[in-house]
Design a protein around this ligand. Structure first.
Ligand SMILES: [Zn+2]
Ligand SMILES: [Zn+2]
Length: 259
């Protein structure tokens, strides 16, 4: 499995940190985890095979996580690299995605879902935990997080039982730690250093508490607000949890396999 950080930042414009997006690749394909406006061009910047992207996951409707979805579909519709593509693109995500794309379509008659290849869209209800196949042989499970009504965390497990969990934006939840139990990689919201101004994100203390409960093999701290600029994030994190912690930065690539 491979993960490339496209955006380690937030909605706040920042010179080094783009808004949310992660490229996750396994033997059976590639998934884009969240699609901010920045993520669309960041895929090209990282020389990733975006014309053959297999699936997209959208965690919630905040624009720093879904604002690029329409852009990407618009780009794929006209890009020379996708004119011969016939394999379907599967979009999975929170409730409201249909409505979002429909609203964009209606604003300019884009027909974003009419492409040279089929686009399938499946909304996952936040009210209950769901399970589906995100890529052939890759199982996805979801968990409703305390962030916005529709927000979801995802756990993807491949045929070798390697698991990656992406919390996306979330407040603290011991149940979420259970959901993330024993993951090989836990990608976690670490919005604030301390004294968080809003309840529905994590600060470092809570992020590391969640890590210690979930006991993953490795933690990736992301969704970093500008207040983290100049701070040794990993050193601060290690004071609170002795495990393997990596602070995300744009362009970071992690290769990981089952022990
Ligand atoms: Zn966000
Ligand atoms: Zn959010």
């Amino acid at each position: 499995m491979k993960l490339v950080v496209l955006g380690s930042g937030t909605s706040v414009p920042h010179p080094q940190r783009a808004s949310a997006g992660f490229w996750w690749e396994s033997k059976s394909g590639a998934v884009l985890l969240d699609c901010s406006g920045d993520a669309v061009h960041r895929m090209a910047e990282e020389h990733l095979d975006w014309p053959n992207l297999d699936a997209i996951w959208i965690s919630h409707l905040h624009l720093d996580h879904c604002g690029g979805l329409a852009n990407l579909l618009f780009g794929m519709k006209w890009a020379p690299q996708t004119q011969d593509r016939r394999q379907p693109l599967n979009i999975f995500g929170c409730e409201g995605l249909e409505k979002l794309l429909q609203a964009v379509d209606e604003s300019h008659n884009y027909k974003l879902r009419k492409q040279h290849f089929p686009i399938q869209l499946e909304e996952i209800k936040a009210a209950r935990s769901c399970e589906f196949e995100i890529l052939p042989g890759v199982r996805a499970q979801t968990f409703s997080t305390p962030h916005t009504r529709e927000s979801l965390a995802i756990r993807m497990t491949d045929a070798n039982e390697s698991a990656v969990v992406y919390t996306s934006d979330t407040g603290f939840s011991a149940e979420l730690a259970k959901f993330a139990q024993g993951a090989d990689l836990l990608i976690i919201d670490c919005s604030f250093r301390r004294n968080k101004p809003i309840a529905n994100h994590l600060d470092l203390d809570e992020a590391m508490r969640l890590a210690s409960l979930a006991a993953p093999r490795r933690v990736l701290l992301t969704h970093l607000y500008p207040e983290w600029d100049g701070v040794e994030i990993e050193a601060e994190a290690k004071k609170l949890w002795p495990g393997d912690v990596v602070a995300a930065y744009d362009g970071l690539t992690l290769d990981f396999e089952k022990r």
